[in-house]
Design a protein around this ligand. Structure first.
Ligand code: SF4
Ligand code: SF4
Length: 372
């Protein structure tokens, strides 16, 4: 682990990456799918060093707060403002996303209702246990990383006969989103750095179509700066050899098979459907909804909440989060970046979420380093 932070080792890796990048026919453009990788690269100062080495890094759709369309955020607002005596439990970042009705955190709950910030789905379940007469809805947002824990709370509530617990689902699957980005063709990605946490659940298999069908190399990375550099080097090596695959550069923590127990839990409670993502639109089999056996835990159904809008719940005027999430522009390419849109007055989710590209670029980008 120490080795992964050792400056001399990192420098050597960067040198190696630069040598390999120069051998490629054009400077490689790599997408880090996961917001935590974006954060790790910026915080450690590696993003500009990689640019000097000839590697452009672009952020992907790796943050559930950012890709949840406004229609679902607005359904959460409608729930807590429109129904008396209920509790909506949500992750903090989800409550700050701007919508056409303002952010959830500014909503005035109906009489006797309340909004609770929680750090895990289990906390929401615990809240439901404490007051069985009060309906508690967990605003469940997440990728494959978080979904097993949400499924667990639902199974647990079913086992305990808890009738006051339900989930407003905003559950997303990473591989179908990557396919949508590649099929759209405008992101011009030469390689992927796959997320460590998501891969710990799904394993390497679900990304293999990227190499097989699109001929694009990739590597699963951990979260130390050295982990990410190792993954980048592997992607460049694959490109040079002309043998794209899914390399596992995080084998100290995960195996190629992922976690079958977590996957079984997800599959027991939820089933795939064609879901709408912010910026990416409708993507086949990219979201999860309740299986009929667990439909009673679906807050949308239980409370008649409209989670779909004809326009998918568009970004606010001028906000280009959708293009940022597809890797088509960098945050600085949005005309509002750093001007009207800042962390203290965000206009889009990418400036709200801790893992959002706009916030990360604003906090750690070149202007900031220059002492703005
Ligand atoms: S949940 Fe994990 S894998 Fe997904 S964006 Fe966050 S850190 Fe990355
Ligand atoms: S800078 Fe703000 S308005 Fe522009 S894309 Fe990012 S979050 Fe949206």
């Amino acid at each position: 682990m120490k080795e992964l932070r050792n400056p001399a080792a990192l420098k050597a890796l960067l040198g190696d990456i630069g040598d390999k990048a120069r051998l490629l026919p054009r400077p490689p453009r790599l997408m880090e799918v996961c917001g935590t990788h974006t954060m790790a690269l910026f915080r450690s100062g590696l993003t500009p060093m990689l640019a000097e080495a000839g590697v452009e890094m672009v952020s992907g759709p790796g943050c559930p707060v950012c890709i949840t369309p406004n229609a679902i955020h607005e359904a959460a607002i409608a729930f807590v403002t429109g129904i008396e005596g209920v509790t909506l439990a949500a992750f903090g970042d989800m409550t700050r996303v701007p919508t056409r009705k303002g952010p959830l955190q500014a909503a005035v709950p109906a009489r006797g209702s309340r909004l609770r910030i929680v750090y895990s789905p289990e906390e929401a379940l615990e809240e439901a246990r404490r007051g069985p007469d009060r309906p508690v809805v967990f605003y469940g947002a997440g990728f494959e990383t978080t979904i097993p824990a949400i499924a667990y709370t639902v199974r647990q509530a079913a086992a305990e006969g808890l009738r006051n617990y339900s989930v407003l689902p905003a559950l997303w699957l990473v591989p179908p989103a990557l396919r949508a980005i590649l099929e759209a063709g405008d992101a011009a990605v030469d390689g992927f750095i796959y997320p460590g946490h998501v891969s710990a659940v799904i394993g390497a298999g679900p990304y293999e179509f990227v190499a097989r069908e699109f001929g694009i190399p990739g590597a699963i990375a951990g979260f130390e700066p050295g982990d990410i550099l190792l993954a980048i080097r592997s992607v460049l090596e694959q490109a040079l050899e002309g043998r794209p695959r899914v390399a596992l550069e995080y084998s100290r923590a995960i195996g190629r098979e992922g976690n079958p127990v977590a996957r079984a839990l997800m599959a027991e409670v939820f089933e795939p459907y064609d879901a709408c993502w912010r910026g990416l639109g409708l993507i086949p089999s990219s979201g999860l909804r309740f299986r009929p056996e667990f439909a009673g835990f679906d807050a949308g159904r239980r409370f008649g909440l409209r989670t779909e809008a004809p326009d998918g719940g568009l970004d606010l005027a001028g906000c280009r989060c959708g293009d940022v999430l597809r890797g088509v522009i960098r945050p600085e390419g949005c005309g509002l970046f750093g001007k009207k849109c800042r962390p203290d007055s965000p206009l889009g989710p990418c400036m709200v979420s801790y893992e959002g590209s706009c916030l990360i670029h604003y906090k750690y980008g070149p202007e900031r380093r220059g002492g703005r």
